[in-house]
Write a protein that binds this ligand. Sequence first.
Ligand code: ADP
Ligand code: MG
Length: 370
Amino acid sequence: MTRTAVARAPGRVNLVGEHTDYNDGVCLPIALPQDTVARVSLRAGDRISITSAQQASVWTGDLAGCGPGRVDGWVAYVAGVLWALDQEGYDVPPGLDVHVTGTVPLGAGLSSSASLEVAVAVGVLALTGRRLDESERRRLVQVCRRAETEVAGAPTGGLDQSAALLTEPGCALLLDFQDGSTATVPLGWTAAGLELVVIDTGVSHALTAGDYGARRRECEDAALALGLPSLRDADEDAVRRLADATLRRRAAHVVSENARVLSVVAALDRGSWTDVGELFTASHASLRDAFEVSCPELDLAVDTALAAGALGARMTGGGFGGSAIALLPADRVDAVRRAVDTAYADAGFRAPRHLDAPASAAARVVEVSG
Ligand code: ADP
Ligand code: MG
């Protein structure tokens, strides 16, 4: 029987802390129930085949053909992991069949890409008989981050990979990009009768990549003008004195957003759900008005959810499309979804997709056979 390992890894949604990762800041993701499952089998010889239930193309090659500049499209995320594992000194078998299938919506800001990378990495690890302990999980964050940055060509700060590998069910993960530390933050809201929902707008506005780069540069310029290594060390008074109005707004978002992450953690600890909701909504206002990365679809989802009884709502992810989240009483979920659907139809927007978002488990090995 062919030796086979099956592994799964979740998508994620960031509760708060947006555009803070590349500013040495903090953020607070949870793992989603939606995931990617990778089936990795040994095969004789030195050929590697990569297939996905979500894609028509089939890739065949060898390990040497998995590196930067050798693969593109969706295959780069999978081949990139094999390359990065090899680079980091893992024993990657030369002959492999890799098949993936996923339920994380692609390109919705819920990190299907990291869930794909991590599922493949954990699958290969299990196949070679290595144990997935805590320190291994942390090494895989870096492996998958290298795959996405160096092979798929999408610079990533490690938020998505950390969420897929380090989260615990029922908990968020507080990530600090300045010192690399993480902390598990229990979410008591389910017991309090609340639910978190995701509204996937289904849109992705064309200018995203350029705007993302522009925001990063503006943040660097603001830090430079303040004489700081990053905006993490900036305070509100100094930001108010910045001469350039655009840089002032961008920096004000980053500084206030980092503070909101810590306030959300404190409010979660107290069980102050109204405060959590208000902080989510304040984060949205800051991303919309100061950082200017929202869009009409995200604003409508947030405003409608709030009007229909959500305690708080905000865009999540980089912006210009993607998804919004809302925290609301469980018995308001249907009403909020109906209200958002109606508002979208009235505005002439494409119908959004609704997802449940209970804080779920990190990546794991499902089975190893043969
Ligand atoms: P997000 O991570 O927010 O979903 P990205 O643009 O970072 O958006 O990653 C989406 C890309 O990841 C897809 O376009 C595809 O190339 C790849 N991908 C994710 N899941 C799968 C899958 N199950 N099969 C094939 N490719 C996938
Ligand atoms: Mg991604």
